[in-house]
Design a protein around this ligand. Sequence first.
Ligand code: SF4
Length: 473
Amino acid sequence: MSAISIFEMFSVGIGPSSSHTLGPWRAAMDLNNRLCAKQISIATINTLTIELYGSLSLTGKGHYTDKAIFMGLSGFNYEEVQADQINDVIERIVATKKLYLFQQKWIDFDIERDLIFRSEFLEHHPNAFKITIGAENNHHYEQIYYSLGGGFISTHEELSQKIEPDYAYHFPINSAKDILQHCELEHLKLSELVLLNESKRYGSDFVDERLLKIYEVMRDCAFKGCHSSGHLPGILKVKRRAFDIHKSLIKDSEYRTAEEWISAIRKTKIYFREILKWVSCFALAVNEENAAMGKVVTAPTNGSAGVVPAVLLYYLTIENHRAGFDEIKRYLAVAAEIGSLFKKNATISAAMGGCQAEIGVSSAMAAAGLTELMGGSPYQVLAAAEIAMEHHLGLTCDPIAGLVQIPCIERNSMGAIKAINASELALSAQSEDIRVSLDQIIATMWETAKDMNSKYKETSTGGLAIQVNVSDC
Ligand code: SF4
């Protein structure tokens, strides 16, 4: 698998989970195309059943998998939807027991009857669901989807036949070793290598436009999170903390927009403890928004969406006040490429590898991006990613009550701080100081993932999820 674009690694979507919300939503939207290809007219469809399997069944309610599928089937695009539309659509389905399939036909849909949670796991991946369609003349159509983490999806047929993306990048990259070779031979920085690849595929105007959009969603999400108080949805009644931390840091600075906010932060005097607080605050803000079904960018997933923006905002507001879009673009390009190495050679799915696959990977992505901006060589950039992952190996996924809140939100701030430290260590390292390569740590992460007991892989049946009584929270 050598053709993962940075725009697949960074998807704009709705929280709280890329594997349990964005992926199922995307799959439900995809069903429309498949019905078209099979020449099944929506007008002939009378019944629809959804069966959730494995991790989607065990933690799907807390991750809003059901709502995401309903939204996709109702024809809403996750990138454009407004938060209040989600509640309206779901309430209407519950009240009327009808679903407006792809905005074309009302069909009967009783959640109690037509949404089934199955305890078994399907063959190819722990995150699976099946949609069965009943149409006129006893016609049935069934499609199994797998949500692979980070918003990536595949059908049962694609995984059975091992169908892989067919695009070949100008500089093929399957490993960190490939990156080093290309950079050395072509005398390129890592960001230049990635941006050349993407520009040849999509054109440089599109690349700039899309990366700007990704940055703006990340920034606006942090901004919104810093200015939203109250509690997160769900039985845990988790208090939003970014609001108070932000208030104590920003003091009486004046600003109106997210853009002016960045300038205002740049003007404040910041000491070490405040740096820690700002970075944590950015990460908490993004993931509180994610938990509240806000708009976020997968980086590489929704649960870990706060680390990459937090470290980027740290660079823009604290490290380099003159930085602009060029730095943002380079940071995102490098971060995405590192994420794709984990996707190609291990996993970015917590259901496959625990939290090391989410927060560990996001920390590696951010560490590499920051090191590139701090002037690190390609070797140091890769070393930063390696160091960040090395200290997340074995991290389990055990969200309390299946909600992407505890430990998830705080964990993003820890991943961001570790990324900054990993970058500093890599920048001061000579080649003989680094004994473990990024390829070796990715392989180790994958072996650890395979050995990890399934109760620590996004099932809410182990660790904190069972130690902490929900009623105590
Ligand atoms: S514990 Fe980690 S991997 Fe699991 S849902 Fe939370 S952030 Fe994602």
